[in-house]
Write a new protein. Structure first.
Length: 313
């Protein structure tokens, strides 16, 4: 069973606008409200692919109840720690033919007691888990090294962790004596780790960055390049993943779907190449859906066959 951790979940609200007009009234053609936060997107995709999964993290207030109800309606197993503060909203404005503008609330402040209760719940849930994914930002009140603490607790239980975060939380995890099995930065986040600017199109810079000694302790690094696919480091090998061009409906959640694919591939002990292809395929399938963190498994084989993964010499 895969355990997904979402410490700062949200109600994800996506507004479809033909054009974003500043200082004017904007009327949405449609709106989607989902139980969100990066980790819950990962959860949903894993479940839709027929793999056992349970979601945990922190939920509070009426918005937290909304998320709990949504997960129950989708028959997603969940075991969240309740908090006093109100769970946040995250708003995505989809506009002007494929552009995306986001407005993200910080989320509630977590007390020391709530932190302690979650750690106890997390340790209890690890008894059921063979793999853990941790996704997204930390809420206020939790230190940047909190994910490092979760990784260390999981390692004591012999459970590997896939980490998808950024900024100080990611830097703390890399500096820890107990790093995760996998990290999943995009090109800009990868560059931030080595104080260098890197774009999605600069594959040469990505390859060079992945050879930096600060990554030597990591078994997996999957660097997303958006529509350009990904460059993945597994042990001492580098792979280039190329994806077919598709008419994307919404890119929101595709990175999370890709992490779900990595979790599925690793938990099923797929080959590195097939794990990468599974990751890329689920990212594509999410982009073809209007809903966030959503895939159609019937299309999996079709796009899996179109993903090309080659070893970089």
């Amino acid at each position: 069973m895969i355990l997904t951790v979402t410490m700062n979940p949200s109600i994800d609200i996506a507004y479809d606008l033909s054009q974003l007009k500043l200082d004017e009234v904007n009327r949405a053609a449609s709106v989607q409200k989902t139980a969100g936060g990066k980790g819950l997107n990962v959860t949903r995709v894993i479940q839709q692919m027929g793999q056992p999964v349970i979601a945990t993290g922190l939920l509070g207030g009426r918005f937290g109840e909304f998320i709990s109800d949504k997960l129950a309606a989708e028959k997603i197993a969940a075991d969240f720690t309740k908090i006093a503060g109100e769970t946040r909203n995250s708003i995505a404005l989809l506009h002007d033919g494929g552009k995306q503008t986001e407005v993200l609330e910080k989320g509630p402040e977590i007390s020391s007691d709530e932190r302690a209760r979650f750690l106890k719940d997390f340790e209890r849930l690890l008894a059921k888990a063979e793999l853990v994914t941790i996704s997204g930002s930390l809420p206020q009140g939790l230190a940047a090294d909190f994910y490092s603490q979760l990784i260390e607790i999981a390692k004591q239980k012999k459970v590997a962790v896939l980490l998808d975060t950024s900024g100080n939380s990611l830097k703390a995890a890399l500096a820890s004596k107990c790093p995760p099995l996998l990290i999943k930065p995009n090109a800009a986040e990868l560059g931030d780790l080595i104080n260098q600017k890197i774009t999605d199109s600069d594959t040469t810079a990505v390859v060079a960055a992945l050879k930096n000694p600060i990554f030597d302790k990591l078994e997996w690094i999957s660097t997303s390049l958006g529509s350009n696919g990904a460059i993945v480091k597994y042990q001492n090998k580098l792979y280039r993943a190329e994806i077919p061009k598709v008419n994307a409906v919404s890119p929101v959640g595709s990175g999370d779907a890709s992490l779900a694919g990595l979790a599925i591939g690793i938990s099923l002990q797929q080959t590195p190449v097939d794990t990468i292809k599974t990751s890329m395929t689920l990212g594509i399938l999410n982009a073809l859906e209007i809903a966030t963190g959503w895939v159609n498994p019937k299309n999996f084989k079709k796009y899996f066959a179109q993903v090309k993964v080659t070893e970089i010499q």
